[in-house]
Design a protein around this ligand. Structure first.
Ligand code: SAM
Ligand code: SF4
Ligand code: F3S
Length: 477
């Protein structure tokens, strides 16, 4: 029997496309009645997708711990499991559907287990319909705009024994002072803005994350100062398009480059940011790479090297504009490491267009790239574009591109051979327990022998070996 979904607060692409809602700036409040709901119980969060989801999962963990829950040792030990999902490509979604099927069996051994789906997938119309009709054992469904309401949803699910489904299609308020349990001790995500107004024709994110809205500079600076006081060394500023920071404010005269300057004056040692948009990156931001604490690495997604394809993607820049930005960046910071995102097999992409992408990758000398085969996302304009690139062609192009990209990774590593570089030590390497691992200023993974007392410190390491994906070195001090 098909479930009547009209009674649930469900997503709508049509509403999600609108960009007129007023945004409220609010402080998080926590009702005392939620305080002990989780005492004696354990939570587990499985996070998929980008840094936005990683940052959201830290908030979900914060909410759980405020309710008295503790982190589960493993899935069998969990009383509630939340999958914080990604909708950006179909294969990412298929993984989640498979995982849901697998988790169903846990309910047999623990009938009180609550299973929840959060993040970007529930923001899609078809996902909520499918969850309602085919996954009756999923107890909680909420989206990216209302995760702060999780305590309320849990209370409702526990007391009514009914599934709770609430997804907003209009952007949420900007809520400050949400509790967080951070994943790392020395480096932290700091969200500076939510949403995306770019509407690249292939991308679902403007629908799942809503309109661009910036956090107040005062709140961001305070958060960074507080992190520095707590011993954090590095922050990564997050936004789908950080270069649009501040443009939604009435005055509009304080933008991303200004924020970088102000953060450079805080006590934090290292500043990174992601993601930048080649159309919006301005001279103020480019010049910020002169600042002492802004790290010399930029992830600048190009997507394609063909102007025709870039136009079909609605990226709003040409290959020439991209190369101009690269030139300016290298003038300001000659040693800057550049990485990128590329989609192959986009509709209309011919062999010639693809070759233009390869040529661009070689010209720019990227030191890394996330490469993807185009995935058709229902609700986006490119969903209706023709399928003129076959699956075999797509796979072949990805393979050829990756060969070029991997050479770039190795070249990027070799630059540091015999050099002394500064590394923020994260912890012991996953494979060897006497080998430390950390990231250099240029965002290279570095392994070297050292003691636990160095974890959380910035140390000098001399590079002795350069591999494609990491560097090996010796401690200098
Ligand atoms: N906001 C960032 C930007 O402007 O590039 C990145 C956001 S998106 C979550 C990360 C990457 O996923 C994109 O840069 C793009 O390369 C890729 N992507 C997004 N939609 C895709 C799709 N439908 N098919 C394949 N790749 C996609
Ligand atoms: Fe997606 Fe484009 Fe926005 Fe990035 S800028 S999130 S690719 S719509
Ligand atoms: Fe995925 Fe949502 Fe990020 S779709 S890439 S988790 S914004």
């Amino acid at each position: 029997m098909k479930v009547d979904i009209s009674k649930y607060f469900k997503p709508s692409y049509k509403k999600a496309r609108k960009r007129i809602a007023e945004i409220d700036y609010l402080d998080f409040s926590f009702d005392k009645s939620y305080q002990n709901l989780g005492v004696g119980l354990n939570y587990r969060i499985q996070t998929y997708g980008c840094q936005a989801n990683e940052a959201d999962s830290e908030i979900i963990a914060g909410l759980f711990e405020k309710m008295g829950y503790q982190k589960a040792k493993d899935e069998k030990d969990a009383d509630i499991i939340i999958l914080n999902t990604c909708a950006v490509r179909e294969n990412a979604e298929n993984r989640i559907w498979g995982e849901l099927g697998r988790l169903k069996s846990l309910k047999k051994t623990n009938p009180n287990l609550l299973l929840g789906i959060a993040g970007c997938m529930p923001q899609e119309e078809k996902v909520v319909s499918r969850l309602l009709n085919k996954y009756p054992y999923v107890d909680l469904v909420f989206g990216t705009h209302n995760l702060h309401k999780l305590p309320e949803y849990i209370k409702q699910a526990i007391f009514t024994k009914e599934r709770v489904i609430e997804v907003y299609s209009y952007e949420g308020d900007v809520i400050e002072n949400l509790p967080k349990v951070r994943d790392h001790q020395y480096k932290a995500w700091v969200t500076i803005m939510y949403g995306c107004d770019e509407f690249c024709t292939y991308c679902i994110v403007p629908y799942t994350r809503g309109k661009e809205r910036s956090r107040a500079k005062k709140e961001i600076i305070e958060e960074v100062e507080e992190l520095a006081r707590a011993g954090y060394q590095e922050v990564t500023l997050l936004g789908q398009n950080v270069n649009a920071y501040g443009k939604d404010f009435e005055s509009g005269d304080y933008t991303f480059g200004d924020l970088l300057k102000d953060l450079n004056d805080t006590a934090i040692k290292r500043i990174r940011f992601t993601t930048s948009h080649p159309r919006d990156i301005d001279d103020k931001t480019i010049n910020a790479f002169k600042l002492e604490k802004v790290m010399p690495h930029l992830h600048l997604p190009v997507q394609s090297g063909s102007n025709k394809v870039l136009k079909k993607m609605n990226r709003g820049y040409t290959k020439e504009r991209y190369l101009e930005v690269v030139k300016k960046l290298r003038k300001v910071r000659p040693d800057i490491s550049l990485t990128t995102d590329i989609i192959v097999g986009f509709p209309y992409e011919t062999e010639e267009d693809f070759k233009a992408t390869i040529e661009l990758v070689e010209t720019v000398n990227f030191e890394g790239a996330y490469t993807f085969i185009f995935s058709k996302k229902e609700g986006t304009p490119a969903y209706n574009y023709p399928d003129n690139v076959t699956e075999n062609e797509q796979k072949d192009r990805l393979k050829r591109l990756n060969t070029v990209v991997n050479k770039g990774y190795l070249r990027g590593s070799k630059k540091f051979l015999n050099k002394e570089i500064k590394v923020l030590v994260d912890g012991f390497s996953k494979k060897h327990d006497n080998i430390l691992a950390g990231y250099s200023e240029h965002n290279k993974l570095v392994n070297f022998k050292g003691e636990a007392s160095l974890i959380g410190k910035i140390v000098k390491v001399k590079i002795t070996e350069a591999k494609t994906w990491f560097l090996i070195g010796e401690l200098c001090e």
